[in-house]
Design a protein around this ligand. Structure first.
Ligand code: GTP
Length: 859
């Protein structure tokens, strides 16, 4: 702070010490305190050179209010100023920096030290706008004047400055005499011209006049020591000439190549360095160099300012958590502020350098802020996709076509993204967001594609489900009732259902606006699917063909034309019925043998009937297999893929079928025989006549004796009661032999029960009579014995035959084995052909051997 005050008060600081060292630190502090850096080009530099102890410091102090060290007049002449000192003028506008140079021709340094004089003179000329040349009045016109070597030096070094600055040389004549200035000045100018002429010049400046390099001014001051008052007055007048010195017409109005104030110190330092190294001083190049360095410094500073700018940091943070409304505007403003700061500070430096550095700065700033922009773009990209999704959902919910919905949603999302990007870009950058836009479009396309796939898959699944529902059960039912028209019906069903479902499906595809080839392809796939449903069902049914055949056989064999269960009375032609039943089963097999997609008649049924039914395989000799039409794995007219049961399989299945249905036929034949036997027991009429004639006496005796007649009547009643109890008619329904076995097994227990029942009835009757007698005697003794339990109800209208058998038949080993879990009848006999046959086999064990030995074969 003390130094600030000192600088403001014109305190001098050393710029270059007596050894030629540049005092950077103190100079920087001085510049900062004097506020020179902020002056731009609006500052002036004044230097003074002249012989030692010629009153230079005194003049400067008087003229600019500075505080350069002066020699004490009472202590004698000695060198006071060493090196170069610098001070800030007090009260002069524009900002003026004054430099006091070490006096020339000094006794202390001697002749050999003239090198420093030259260097300091060159330095003063390179950086100053006005150079005061202090000289004694009496030296004017003198050959050996002290200032002549100085002027020579000035002009010589001036040649080393490649570009003249048009420095103002103000000759200050000290201790002026009575000779008026008007007479002194021409002499001085003549002296100056002579010196200028005598200085060796480079070829380019051989004929260049002095006025091209310098603006020569002359002034004279009275002696400070002798006429101090006048000195002060005239110094004040001279001071006026330094006000607005850089303005046109001012003392330094013609100056050129001014270094901006902020670069002054750096420029001075560099110039001094070059001078000390005794190199050529190229001022234009130097100017560019200074501009480069300074613009770099300024740019770095501004970049740093932006990087730590609170507004920028806030914006950057906000961007991390999502989009910022008006991002581009805000960021653009921040960048603008700092770029303008740069422009303001670098404005006085070389334009080319300044612009180049500006570009570098701008590029650095844009690189710094671009990630935030990309972050915004990423956010906008996500937002665009979300918008697309929600818009698409909404439009689809409203029933708009898929493709149209996608188009509309895409346009809306892309527009929003575009607007967001336009809002995020800054005017300083030509940031391209087309790649991000492409990504957005790709996101949208991918999403739309996935939705489209899902929707199409749903539609296809729905159509498939419809086809499945429409085909599976009807086809199954058609196969159940397989006949010659089954495949025609299936084809009609397939045609009807596909023609109902597929056009509707095609219609739903119209919203997707896909190419007709694609939609036709999808429809074609569904058609194939519908076919596969039918084919799979056919395969499924073909796998169960044996079961179906047996069912068909049973249906035809066990039922008459009115579908009533057939009762084998003995009048039926079992052979013919069995043949019909087997023929029906064979026809069913022919239906299930192949898939018939076209209505071409085929010979499969004929082949099967002629080969298997009409001429049974068993009867064929093995040598005749070469002519066997069933010895093949394919049907002639059909493709292998449409074959469900190969001819060879048909043959093998037929064999199995026959063996498994044989028992049913046997049962029918047996039932017929039993029926015949049951109804054919009456003796012939001649026998009956013979019995009547030969037994006449016995019949008469019986009729005459009432006891015999009574016994006969009782016997009849008992037989009748047993017949009722045993349900004889029902027992014989299954045939004579099972009926006899069953009745004989139940006869004894039934008779016992009958007797027991008669006995208990009698006992109850007696008890009733006893109680009646007690009632009549008015006595009511408490019954001590429990009443006899009621006998179990043996025959109930609801009792099944199985139950009756259980009650009245002793358990037989065969029955026990049948009722064991391994032979449980819980599973349906229709479940599988194999199971049906297994169920039937144990039943055969129940048949008496005598009956089974009469098995009747129809083949
Ligand atoms: N005759 C005369 N003497 C002066 C004048 N002005 C100053 N002096 C005296 O000259 C002496 C040197 O003064 P400075 O101002 O220190 O001279 P200088 O040129 O700065 O000296 P160095 O910096 O050592 O070269 C002092 O004793 C002054 O009193 C003047 O106008 N005429």
């Amino acid at each position: 702070m003390a130094e600030d005050g000192a600088a403001a008060a014109g305190a001098a600081v050393q710029l270059i010490d007596g050894e030629g060292g540049f005092a950077t630190d103190s100079a920087e502090r001085f510049m900062a305190a004097a506020g020179v850096a902020e002056c731009g080009l609006s500052y002036a530099v004044v230097s003074i050179m002249g012989p030692q102890s010629s009153g230079k410091s005194t003049l400067l102090n008087q003229l600019f209010g500075t505080n350069f060290m002066e020699m004490d007049a009472f202590r004698g002449r000695s060198q006071t100023t060493k090196g170069i000192w610098m001070a800030h003028c007090v009260g002069i506008e524009p900002c003026t920096v004054v430099m006091d140079l070490e006096g020339t021709d000094g006794r202390e340094r001697g002749e050999d030290d003239t090198a420093f004089e030259k260097q300091s003179a060159l330095f003063a000329l390179a950086i100053s706008d006005i150079v005061l040349i202090n000289m004694w009045c009496h030296d004017i016109g003198r050959e050996q004047a002290a200032n002549k070597p100085l002027l020579k030096t000035v002009f010589q070094v001036m040649m080393r400055l490649f570009s003249p600055r048009k420095t103002t040389l103000l000759f200050v004549i000290r201790d002026k005499t009575r000779t008026p200035l008007e007479h002194l000045e021409p002499v001085l100018r003549e002296d100056i011209q002579k010196i200028w002429n005598s200085v060796p010049k480079p070829e380019a400046h051989k004929d260049t006049p002095l006025s091209e390099f310098f603006n020569v001014q002359v002034t004279a001051l009275p002696s400070f020591e002798e006429k101090e008052e006048q000195f002060r007055e005239q110094v004040q007048q001279l001071r006026q000439r330094f006000a607005n010195s850089i303005a046109p017409g001012g003392l330094a109005g013609d100056r050129r190549g001014v270094v901006p104030a902020s670069g002054f110190l750096f420029s001075s330092q560099q110039i001094w360095k070059i001078i000390r190294e005794n190199k050529d001083l190229d001022l234009p190049a130097h100017k560019v160099m200074v501009a480069t360095v300074r613009c770099d410094e300024i740019a770095n500073e501004k970049f740093g300012c932006l990087a730590s700018d609170a507004e920028w940091l806030e914006l950057e943070n906000a961007v991390q958590s999502g989009s910022v409304q008006g991002f581009g505007k805000k960021l653009g403003y921040i960048v603008d502020v700092h770029m303008q700061e740069y422009d303001k500070e670098a404005v006085y430096f070389d334009e080319a350098v300044r612009n180049a550095k500006r570009k570098v700065l701008e590029s650095r700033i844009l690189n710094l802020v671009q990630p935030a922009f990309h972050k915004v773009l990423s956010y906008l990209r996500g937002k665009a996709l979300e918008k697309f999704k929600s818009d698409l959902n909404l439009l689809l919910e409203n029933g708009k076509g898929f493709a149209a919905s996608v188009r509309e949603s895409t346009e809306s999302s892309v527009n929003e993204f575009d607007q967001g990007c336009a809002d995020a870009v800054i005017k300083q950058a030509d940031w391209d967001y087309s790649k991000m836009l492409e990504k957005v479009r790709r996101d949208i396309e991918e999403h739309a594609f996935s939705i489209s796939e899902r929707k199409l898959s749903e539609l296809t699944s729905r159509a498939k489900e419809k086809l499945r529902k429409a085909l599976v059960e009807p086809v199954e039912s058609l196969f159940d009732a397989a006949s010659q028209t089954t495949w025609e019906s299936i084809r009609n069903l397939y045609k009807r259902e596909t023609e109902a479902i597929l056009p509707e499906f095609l219609n739903t595809l119209s919203g997707f606006e896909m190419e007709s080839a694609v939609s036709e392809g999808m429809v074609s796939k569904l058609r194939d699917y519908a076919r596969s449903i039918v084919e799979n069902k056919a395969k499924e049914e073909a796998n169960k063909v044996l079961m179906h055949m047996k069912e068909r056989f049973t249906t035809v064999f066990s039922h008459d034309k009115d579908s009533m269960p057939r009762v084998w009375t003995g009048k039926e032609d079992v052979r013919a019925i069995a043949k019909d039943a087997r023929s029906a089963a064979l026809k069913l097999m022919s239906v299930l043998a192949v898939i018939r997609w076209d209505d071409k008649p085929d010979r499969i049924e004929n082949i099967l009937i002629s080969t298997l039914l009409d001429s049974p395989v068993e009867s064929k000799s093995s040598s005749a297999t070469s002519g066997d039409p069933l010895a093949s794995t394919t049907w002639e007219e059909f493709h292998a893929k449409h074959t469900l049961i190969t001819p060879a399989q048909c043959k093998s299945l037929w064999k199995q079928f026959k063996s498994e249905t044989e028992f049913t036929i046997t049962q029918a034949v047996t039932a017929q025989q039993a029926h015949r036997r049951a109804n054919g027991g009456m003796p012939p009429p001649w026998a009956m006549v013979a019995i009547a004639i030969l037994g006449f006496n016995e019949i008469m005796a019986l009729l005459r004796n009432p006891i015999y007649l009574f016994l006969l009547f009782v016997g009849y009643l008992v037989a009748k009661a047993l017949a009722v109890q045993l349900d004889i008619g029902r027992e014989f329904q299954n045939g004579m032999v099972p009926g006899i076995i069953s009745v004989s097994a139940k006869l004894l227990p039934s008779m016992q029960n009958l007797l027991r029942k008669v006995a208990s009835d009698q006992q109850q009757q007696q008890q009733g009579q006893h109680q009646q007698q007690h009632g009549q005697q008015q006595h009511h003794p408490q019954t001590t014995e429990a009443p006899e339990p009621q006998p179990p109800l043996l025959l109930s209208p609801n009792s099944s035959m199985r139950e009756l058998r259980r009650l009245h038949m002793p358990p037989s080993p065969v029955r026990r084995s049948l009722s064991s879990p391994s032979h449980s009848s819980s599973s349906s006999p229709l479940g599988s052909p194999r199971r049906v046959s297994e169920d039937q086999k144990p039943k055969r064990a129940l048949e008496p051997e005598s009956e089974s030995s009469s098995t009747y074969s129809i083949v």
